[in-house]
Design a protein around this ligand. Structure first.
Ligand SMILES: NC(=O)c1ccc[n+]([C@@H]2O[C@H](COP(=O)([O-])OP(=O)(O)OC[C@H]3O[C@@H](n4cnc5c(N)ncnc54)[C@H](O)[C@@H]3O)[C@@H](O)[C@H]2O)c1
Length: 470
């Protein structure tokens, strides 16, 4: 149990770090995205958010592995958390030992958080995947332990959009071929079939985070933009949504894919789609390797129908960097592919920039902080998404109950009976599969009563995890 002395020590440490008390429960808002999307939810109506202190835990301990970006460390240290940082991943035995007492762990793709590893964690509340993918974590097992998992799916959208812009111009001017020729001693000054991109039409398939950013950049270059999406989406700038994929294929000079890998998008561009394109069209794929039928693309390029292509993703990709890995053993058509002219091949680097890494640190660091400080699970990948605005600073005798439980009838009745002697100011609950999560702010509760509330809630049979913040 946290003593008043411990609470005071925490407050003092925030003050020493030059952080206002409000900062404890208000996420750092370092990007305009977070300013616009996250802050209003975190602030109370009066703008005075009450700093929350976890009941019955030591000060928050965070284990960061795999060289997680400095932006995340700054956020956690700014909150006064104890951060242990490692540049690499840890061998399983060491990981099992270290995970035992931490409240949060931050990893990238190499650390495997299996059922065995997660079973060793006694205090774990949240996992941050400082990357896009989450299949290195046993998400279902984490949920059954009441551990929320966050990732960063969209922090690199701008990086991908900029790569595609570079590729559009490079394909139009055959830059890849000219560069390879000169590297090998051939001077080949040509203008035939080299174009400006101004006035040409870009067709974007999938107008989500990346497709829409790209649309704005392409218009700034003087391109006309068409897009096709399964959802009706408000156009940015002067771009226009078309109602069929075929319309986009027939009207575009450059066609670029920005859709997820789903059964519907498998081989979305194949023989018939290449045939429907303009003669001399260009094709770009920086989405997922399954979206383009590459053997069909090879045929379309060999016949001259497609004048150039840029590929960043492939059905099978090497697990590590190294020479000789991009070969027919990986995908049987690679030796044929690499012989094509005006074809730019990149090793899945669309989102690989320093800026994206830094943005991932901020996005995941902020999500973890909000979950630890306020219980807000919006954006969690394995968990019901729940958020309540922060408690007001001027309210005394208030506490926030975070209660994760099995999703079966009758649980909330039991919980509300326990809370019944106090005023429930706000309450929100949601479920996902077998897990449900409730946040309730109660007032009229003294510090002495928090202990008995905590014990009564802890004793409920269908509870998975509980935290009380006050
Ligand atoms: N190359 C890289 O390094 C890199 C980096 C980040 C993302 N990506 C990939 O880029 C793709 C797009 O990412 P995003 O962040 O823009 O995703 P997003 O979810 O924001 O947008 C995807 C869009 O595709 C649309 N869509 C889905 N199915 C469709 C279909 N059958 N036809 C047309 N539209 C369809 C959706 O409605 C949505 O608007 C994803 O596959 C992602 O994994 C690649």
């Amino acid at each position: 149990m946290a003593t008043p002395e411990q609470i005071q020590n925490l407050q003092n440490s925030f003050e020493r770090a030059g952080i206002s008390p409000n900062a404890v429960s208000t996420s750092p808002s370092q990007t305009s995205y977070f300013q616009s999307k996250m802050r209003p939810r975190a602030m109370s109506m009066s703008g005075q958010a009450k700093p929350l202190k976890p009941f019955n835990t030591e000060d928050i301990k965070i284990l960061l592995l795999e060289n997680v970006n400095q932006t995340a460390i700054d956020i956690f240290e700014g909150q006064g958390y104890q951060v242990e940082f490692h540049k690499g991943s840890l061998p399983e035995e060491e990981l099992i030992e270290k995970i035992q007492n931490v409240h949060a762990i931050g990893i990238r793709s190499k650390t495997k958080l299996t059922q065995k590893v997660l079973s060793a964690a006694k205090n774990l509340v949240v996992i941050g995947c400082f990357c896009i993918g989450t299949n290195q974590v046993d998400l279902d097992f984490a949920a059954t332990k009441g551990v929320a998992v966050f990732n960063s799916p969209f922090s690199n959208s701008r990086s991908v959009a900029e790569l595609v812009i570079a590729e559009i111009i490079s394909l139009a001017r055959q830059l890849g071929d000219r560069s390879i020729e000169l590297h090998t001693g051939t001077w080949n000054k040509v203008s035939a079939k080299c174009w400006e991109v101004r006035g040409k039409t870009l067709g974007i398939i999938g107008y989500g985070h990346i497709g829409s950013q790209l649309s704005v950049l392409a218009e700034a270059l003087g391109m006309n933009v068409l897009y096709y999406d399964v959802v009706m989406i408000m156009a940015l700038g002067n771009s226009k949504q078309v109602s069929t994929l075929n319309e986009l294929l027939e009207k575009s000079d450059f066609i670029t894919c920005h859709v997820p890998a789903t059964p519907e998008t498998k081989n979305l561009l194949s023989g018939p789609q290449f045939a429907a394109m303009k003669d001399g069209a260009y094709v770009i794929n920086a989405s997922r390797g399954t979206v383009i039928d590459i053997p069909a693309l090879i045929k379309a390029m060999q016949s001259g129908k497609i004048a150039g292509a840029a590929l960043d993703v492939y059905p099978n990709e090497p697990a590590k960097n190294g020479a000789g890995l991009f070969s027919d053993e990986l995908n049987p058509w690679i030796s044929e592919l690499v012989q094509l002219r005006n074809l730019i091949l990149t090793p899945h680097i669309g989102g690989s920039t320093e800026e994206a890494q830094s943005a991932i640190g901020i996005e995941v660091g902020t999500a973890l902080t909000k979950y630890i400080n306020e219980g807000a699970s919006v954006g969690a990948v394995n968990f019901p998404e729940v958020s309540l605005r922060a408690l007001d600073l001027d309210k005394a005798d208030v506490a926030r109950v975070l209660y994760i439980h099995q999703n079966v009838p009758g649980v909330l009745k039991t919980v509300n009976n326990i809370l019944a002697d106090h005023n429930i100011e706000k309450q929100y609950s949601d479920s996902q599969g077998e897990i449900a999560y409730m946040i309730a702010d109660i007032s009229g509760v003294t510090q002495g009563e928090i202990k008995s509330l905590y014990e009564a809630l802890s004793a409920t049979p269908l509870k998975i995890a509980i935290r009380v913040l006050y």
